[in-house]
Design a protein around this ligand. Structure first.
Ligand code: B16
Ligand code: MG
Length: 218
């Protein structure tokens, strides 16, 4: 073991890539509201929770003051129902490259493993991927008050597995998530080619580079 004792994963963009389904579901809702956006704008929604994403889309269309709280909640529910229907076919084939081997190796090496996702669908997705048994704890996003970039979800994950934040490694694909890991006092590994991830301790281009040797070397 290295000086770290736990590894805390983001879900979307690290373990699997459901971002495309979030995009399609938000895009349809946007079309219904007369707000169109592209994949580039969608990048800014990564790691942002459901209501936060809706607010950003409404702001983009200048419609942030056009609806009541109840109407906004109904929009978010509608998007989620569409998203849930799109992820029905998620299977182990959708695990990103190298992730299952990495989880196995972490287990054998004795690391605690937790998940800190902003998604209220995280448990259902990891279940469909067949990965739930690897996790000591999956934070229920419904219990998180302050979403990423606030460190709350990572701190909750660390507490649940009984490991001090400075002995945790956090893994993220979104800029807001890396900020959350940093502010939690953890070691940040970012996945992706995006320039906006340079505040992480190390940046790996893809999940294929995420191996037990990387963890042992830091
Ligand atoms: P839900 P992560 C995040 O997951 C997604 O990146 C983000 O696009 C989504 O809006 C958020 O979960 C909430 O998801 O609507 O399913 O609760 O990257 O934190 O694993
Ligand atoms: Mg993510």
């Amino acid at each position: 073991m290295s000086r770290f004792e736990a590894v805390i994963f983001d879900l979307d963009g690290v373990i699997t890539d459901t971002a495309e389904y979030h995009y399609l579901a938000w895009k349809q809702l946007g079309t219904e509201l007369g707000i169109s956006f592209d994949r580039e704008f969608n990048e800014t929604l990564k790691g942002v929770d459901r209501m936060g994403s809706l607010e950003r889309i409404l702001e983009l269309g200048g419609r942030q003051d056009d609806f009541t709280v109840e109407e906004k909640e109904a929009f978010a529910t509608k998007k989620n129902e569409h998203y849930v229907s799109l992820i029905q076919d998620v299977s182990p084939a959708d695990i990103l490259p190298g992730i299952e081997q990495f989880l196995k190796d972490l287990r054998v090496a004795g690391y605690k493993i937790a998940m800190a996702s902003a998604s209220k669908n995280a448990f259902a997705v990891t279940n469909s991927l067949g990965l739930n048994d690897y996790f000591d704890h999956i934070v229920d996003a419904a219990t998180v008050v302050k979403s990423k970039p606030d460190p709350e979800v990572f701190l909750k994950a660390a507490e649940a597995v009984g490991v001090r934040p400075d002995k945790c490694i956090g893994i993220e694909d979104a800029a807001a998530g890396v900020t959350a890991i940093n502010d939690a006092g953890m070691y940040a590994i970012a996945i992706g080619a995006d320039e906006g991830l340079s505040h992480a301790n190390i940046v790996l281009r893809s999940t294929e580079s995420l191996t037990i040797d990387v963890v042992r070397g830091i």
